[in-house]
Design a protein around this ligand. Structure first.
Ligand code: FES
Length: 345
């Protein structure tokens, strides 16, 4: 954890003021809190000021303190405590905050820091030659499950490797859109390659049976039934109750068989479709899907079948694989860029 101090006086600007839009927003935000509790707006206001100027200056701290009628020292304490506030100018395109706490450290954050040192600047908080990139090491950012990870402004980048971090830094420097969240084939913190448990969806019939309330015997019949005495119970011959035999789950014999005939010709790089990683690409190939044109033409029914096999409900439609595949089949990466305004994957 680095020492957090205000920037030297030489770089501090003379004054600070919110622009008209931000001032209106700040007043509305302050008004959300009950009378006497306006100081609760300190973090949102500092954040807005940082969004406006790129970092939190000494004058900004004083200005926010005046607006909230707080002692300067109280706002200074907040600004110097939370690492999301930058206390000196940082890279204009990205300020990389690498988590160095134990889980991330055990999973390789030290190698990530080496990459930052070699590609940006040997020292934290110092920018690269063009002033576009900077870095620092921070404490746990709350995504340990996907360690090692880093944060850039408000987005996190998880499951990093030194190689992927190098790519990401290049992408930021080139002004490209960078994929946020996990950098491997997983959704949020789900297992890599898709779900491995609770993969079967119950049929409508099974759901109905499970939800149906137990049938009660009619009250009249219950009332007329003579109560068995203890002696009668002892004398009564024991009738063997036949337990219902559980039906064996019927598994289709061809559950692993391909769904499609793989077309002739070279395989396409299905990983260019956002949402398809190496594991899903292998599974798609096993199902007989090897080309973009096949994905583009999937019918509703086929999407359901493929979804079932991938054990990842709704993924195809959520990431709109069909539209992506259609563009890639029509004109490759160039067409994809034309349609989606960004590079595939
Ligand atoms: S230890 Fe790195 S995010 Fe928690």
């Amino acid at each position: 954890m680095s020492v957090r101090r205000l920037a030297e006086d030489q770089v501090q600007p003379e004054g600070f003021a919110f622009n008209a839009e931000n001032l209106k927003w700040a007043k509305q935000t302050i008004a959300k809190y009950p009378e006497g509790r306006q100081q609760s707006a300190v973090i949102p206001l500092l954040m807005r000021a940082q969004d406006q100027d790129g970092w939190v200056t000494k004058r900004c701290i004083e200005h926010v303190a005046d607006m909230l009628e707080m002692p300067y020292i109280r706002v200074l304490e907040v600004a110097t405590f939370y690492t999301q506030f930058q206390l000196k100018p940082v890279g204009t395109k990205a300020h990389i905050q690498v988590c160095g706490t134990t889980p991330c450290m055990l999973r390789g954050s030290e190698d990530l820091i080496k990459v930052c040192k070699s590609k940006i600047n040997d020292k934290p908080f110092e920018t690269n030659a063009s002033g576009t990139l900077s870095w620092e090491e921070v404490e746990c950012l709350g995504a340990c499950v996907n360690a090692p990870m880093m944060m850039v402004f408000k987005d996190t980048y998880e499951d990093l490797t030194p190689e992927r971090l190098e790519e990401i830094i290049n992408e930021f420097e080139a002004g490209k859109d960078v994929k946020v969240g996990p950098q491997i084939d997983r959704q949020f913190s789900a297992p890599e390659g898709g779900m491995v448990t609770l993969t079967e969806v119950p049929t409508r019939k099974e759901t109905k049976v499970a939800k149906a309330p137990a049938k009660r015997a009619p009250a009249k019949a219950a009332a007329s039934k003579p109560k068995a005495t203890k002696a009668a119970k002892a004398e009564a011959p024991k009738v063997a109750v036949k337990k219902p035999v559980a039906k064996a789950a019927v598994k289709p014999a061809d559950a692993n068989a391909p769904l499609f005939d793989a077309p002739a010709g070279d395989k396409d790089d299905l990983k260019l479709i956002s949402g398809v990683g190496p594991v899903l690409e292998r599974k798609l190939n096993e199902l007989g899907i090897t080309q973009f044109a096949q994905v583009a033409k999937l019918t509703k029914k086929q999407i359901t079948e493929v979804d079932d096999r991938l054990s990842f409900k709704g993924r195809i439609e959520r990431d709109d694989w069909k539209a992506q595949a259609k563009a890639l089949a029509k004109g490759g990466a160039e067409e994809y860029r034309k349609v989606f305004g960004k590079d595939p994957r």
